[in-house]
Design a binder for this molecule. Sequence first.
Ligand SMILES: Nc1ncnc2c1ncn2[C@@H]1O[C@H](COP(=O)(O)OP(=O)(O)OP(=O)(O)O)[C@@H](O)[C@H]1O
Ligand SMILES: [Mg+2]
Length: 309
Amino acid sequence: MDAQNSKNSTNSPNNPYETVETDGNSRAVSVCMLKGGVGKSTVAVNLARQLASHDHNVLLIDLDPNGHASVGLGFNDHYHDTDESIGDVFFDDADPSSVVYDTNYEFDLLPSSENLEQVEREIVVGDVFQPSALLKREVVDPLLGDEYDYIVTDSPAYRSRLTDNALVATTNLVLPLAPGNEAMSGLERTIERQIAPLRKHMNVDVLALVPNMLSGRIDQQTQDRKLLERLNSHDSLQDRIPNFARITDWEAVDAGESKPTPGLRDRTSITKAYGERKPLLDYDPDCDQLECFDELAHIVEAGEVVRHG
Ligand SMILES: Nc1ncnc2c1ncn2[C@@H]1O[C@H](COP(=O)(O)OP(=O)(O)OP(=O)(O)O)[C@@H](O)[C@H]1O
Ligand SMILES: [Mg+2]
């Protein structure tokens, strides 16, 4: 995978995907993966929450028509109210701030709407100027660095105009993946189908790969271990593995001399927080996995994984 940093890219002057220069302290990030149920919405919500807890102004944009993140944060009514949605910003010149709301958790939300699929169809069939750059032009460029220090987007598990819009608008990706036979194929699909086509036009930077829902032991040949071994030995991926999932000395693990943290663990607090419509920090401030979400926030702040020790 191409490891070039894209932060202050300067593409050709007429390139619609040109990255707008910011003051260097703001960044937009997409949480995406072309595979369902790996924790995209969980990571997006908790990343937004941890960034907000670092005293940043943060906006979460829910671009998944199923609206799980929005409903999970208590925005059920907004999800079903199709009078106001991001479609008004895309097609009717509405101000992006008019579809943004405060959450109770120190960050703002631009919620999904049940008419997002209709918005998607309008982008595809409509006479839209630069259809993959709508989110960037109408929402992210006007708000990032001005209203917000960080913008995080949540995406559906399939490729669509909206997911393309998310990648074009943010250019920085966080990719969650869960153990299992399909883990690496989901990643390969995301790189081949989603990231590579955009790289012809712009720099896209993978900030972090996030192994999630780890439950098995890693001192035996479990699916969890297979995933961690592959990610940590992959030439172009290992720099993107957060410290909470970085394992290099498997012999020490096997000898019982080292018990590294193996990634984001499967925790009932994480599932229950979702049921209670709260970020993990607000549902269970003592949960040991908050450290992982906090490192993710630091990675987004730094623009890369920073190795310690
Ligand atoms: N580390 C974890 N521990 C326990 N439960 C988790 C963890 N991560 C995610 N979950 C739960 O797994 C389910 C799927 O997670 P989530 O909705 O974040 O995945 P997703 O990739 O956004 O799914 P979709 O593709 O449907 O959008 C949710 O019920 C969530 O609460
Ligand atoms: Mg989701």
